[in-house]
Design a protein around this ligand. Sequence first.
Ligand SMILES: *Cc1c(COP(=O)(O)O)cnc(C)c1O
Length: 470
Amino acid sequence: MASKKYSRREFIKKNSLTGLGLLASSAALPTIAMSGNSSDRSISQDSTFSGNNPDVPALLGGTPVHAKGWTEWPRWIPETDEKRILEVLRSGIWSRAKVTTEFEQKWAQLIGSKRCLTVVNGTSALIAALTQAGIGGGDEVIVPPYTFIATVASVLMTGAMPVFADVDRATFQIDPKSIEKKITSRTRAILPVHILGLPADMISIMAIAKKHKLVVIEDACQAWLAAINHKHVGTFGLAGCFSFQNSKNIPMGEGGAIVSDDEEFMDRCYSFHNYGNAYGSTVGAVGGGTVMLGTKMRLSEYQAAIGLAQLVRFEDETNIRNENAALLKAKIEKIPGIIPYKLYDNVTRAAFHLFPFRYDKEQFKGMPRSTFLKALSAEGVPCSSGYGTLNKEPFLGHAFQTKNFRLMYPKEMLDINRYNEANQCPENDRLSGEAVWLSQNLLLGSKQDMDDIAVAIEKIHANADKLKNS
Ligand SMILES: *Cc1c(COP(=O)(O)O)cnc(C)c1O
């Protein structure tokens, strides 16, 4: 049989009849197509080229489009980054002191805020900001469902009730029109999230807040240096909260910050993060006297030293992410069934903690998103499905059963079925079923790397028929 010659058409016909031949046949096809003199080759010879054929999906045994990996995260460059942290370690001053203050001053200056206070993480930044804005038991705070659990958990930790406004699927952000519909006599605050590092529509949100006299605390935990009309997010509301957790664009292991122009509010946040001791009192002074109830959320000196090293290159990294995101978006939006994020018209810069797009399986022969994700990962492009439906998760019912909530709210407000009914977010249900995320470190690659991502998606699109049942 090895001597028998096959034309390409005969080859396809033969192999489509043999289920077992799927891998070998799909691998061999494009080699024949490209060889130009396929009639001189036998099937058995062709099948030995399968692994090198760029047109065979990697999930089906082909060669990945991008095999060389991506920028590792977090980035740490010993020659430039280690000096400050070694100084801290050798000084023995590890608890909050000068280096932490230096980081706070730099961050306030970069963001364009009067004040910055660092805390142990972004979740604590949110809890401190909410409580010091006077939010607590009996209040309602409007939040999006398309966010990290910490946004909603911090509202519950203050004793307030989260109320979910739906999202705009095109931008992935909280929808201002939905916010307005959720305002009741109990509403005290809006907690917009600049999710994925893309700015929420702060102009509309601030107008709603002003009209209804609501406090705005921005969850900018993924949106360092993102801006609307050149004004950084985190500076629109009373306060902005940031995270410096290890996966974030400014990684310190753990860390967070609050920024605000309101001096009295920031004095209270400072006290709250330092046992209730007055702002300006020396850290470590015992028996100085407290001015209010507080807890302890202080950043340490070596975390601040790591942060300062990251800040040196942060502006450049942010620009590279923006350039590459724009490039990648322009390439992939041409592929049927790929709908990249939309930025509001007034957005001048995003942080791109993630690069999101929506996946329409109808344009991929009905291939489920989970298969698309597997196929894209196999091509060497790590990806994920992103957030789910937070508004329906069990932590809410659990919070309502705690002693504090049972003391603070009338029984009917803690009826979880009633709550779930009132907090439905159909747009978010759809979005969480169709989103695909690429993480920020991919955007630190070269233009060629962006090309690879687009080629990988095109390849999956072209082979959707073969891939959909794998
Ligand atoms: C990471 C994150 C937080 C919490 O920050 P931590 O530092 O992990 O506590 C809050 N909100 C959003 C949107 C985040 O991504």
